[in-house]
Ligand binder design. Structure first.
Ligand SMILES: NC(=O)c1ccc[n+]([C@@H]2O[C@H](COP(=O)([O-])OP(=O)(O)OC[C@H]3O[C@@H](n4cnc5c(N)ncnc54)[C@H](OP(=O)(O)O)[C@@H]3O)[C@@H](O)[C@H]2O)c1
Length: 284
């Protein structure tokens, strides 16, 4: 079996990837900036590394042939880190986004998109076997978007409530990732991954309310109010990126693919499944 390094193994998707690989007896190593805080299964080898300090990557890549890459580091670190990775590994699976999907939710210019395109272009020139995973909106965004308001009271104030997305469960992204990391036949593939249903943001918040047995008051706020009130979920550029995407996508159904089911051979989790399994995070 491949010797796999998961970069981003302590995050939402990477943690699921690491756990699944470890559970199947796979040889998995996780890179973390602070291994002491990683809290990964005991059979996982956790190594210290930082994408912004490329010299720290060499030891992490020792004996590795396949890399799962999650990138949330600054753009300036992309080239040095990827060159280091390409010297050791022969295969890379990159957690990207639906950069080429002609749906307005995915077609707004922003900094995150530019970094994704930069990483993909570089990977394509480095001689690695690559696979790009292109998930749409994560269901897990609800943890930072709505959980704080729902834990604090019964009112959720949110913009663009009518905008639909097809939230994908991180367990489904990870299940696809594990297939692409462990099986042959995925080189050069770009998989657009979504949840099974188009649901408005209003419907998503309502689903959470139903699961935790509370009737939430869901109030539409304007984009300007959101810019003032939603700085708790990220810095202003990140909030603006979301507002632009939601604003552009209002009035048309979310893009839904069957790619998860095709690759893992089972239906993806619904948003109701995700909310049920994460209900504790929304209870006070
Ligand atoms: N949220 C969405 O709806 C959505 C949709 C499509 C695509 N995406 C893409 O998904 C990616 C985020 O995935 P995620 O939510 O699973 O990530 P996440 O939970 O934010 O975790 C980020 C991971 O990156 C690691 N990391 C950050 N800076 C690092 C550095 N300098 N060196 C090494 N590791 C570093 C962190 O590790 P430590 O802190 O432990 O070191 C952590 O494991 C982004 O690229 C985003 O564009 C997100």
């Amino acid at each position: 079996m491949n010797r796999i390094l998961v970069i981003g193994g302590t995050g939402t998707v990477g943690r699921q990837v690491v756990s699944r690989l470890a559970a199947t007896g796979g040889r998995v190593r996780a890179l973390a900036r602070d291994p002491g805080k990683a809290q990964l299964p005991s059979q996982v080898e956790v190594v210290r590394g930082d994408l912004t300090l490329p010299e720290t990557l060499d030891a992490c890549l020792e004996g590795i042939d396949t890399v799962f890459l999650v990138w949330t580091a600054p753009a300036a670190a992309v080239a040095p880190a990827l060159e280091r990775i390409a010297k050791r590994a022969r295969r890379i699976v990159f957690l990207s986004a639906p950069l080429k999907t002609a749906h307005p939710l995915f077609q707004q210019p922003n900094a995150a998109r530019a970094i994704g395109e930069q990483i993909e272009r570089l990977i394509e020139t480095l001689g690695l076997q690559w696979t790009f995973l292109r998930p749409g909106m994560f269901a897990a965004n609800a943890l930072s978007w709505w959980a704080p308001q729902i834990r604090a009271g019964d009112v959720v104030r949110w913009p663009y409530l009518a905008t639909p997305t097809a939230p994908i469960d991180e367990r489904d992204i990870a299940a696809v990732a594990v297939r692409t990391l462990c099986e042959d036949g995925h080189a050069g593939s770009e998989y657009v991954l979504t949840g099974p249903q188009s649901l408005s943001q209003f419907e998503q918040v309502s689903t959470i309310g139903r699961v935790i047995g509370r009737s939430l008051r869901i109030e539409e706020i304007s984009p300007d109010e959101a810019r003032r009130e939603l700085l708790t979920i990220g810095p202003l550029p990140a909030v603006n990126m979301l507002l632009q995407a939601w604003g552009a996508a209002i009035g048309q159904p979310a893009h839904v693919t069957s790619t998860v089911a095709q690759i893992i051979g089972a239906p993806p989790h619904t948003f109701l499944d995700w909310a049920t399994d994460n209900a504790a995070a929304f209870r006070a």
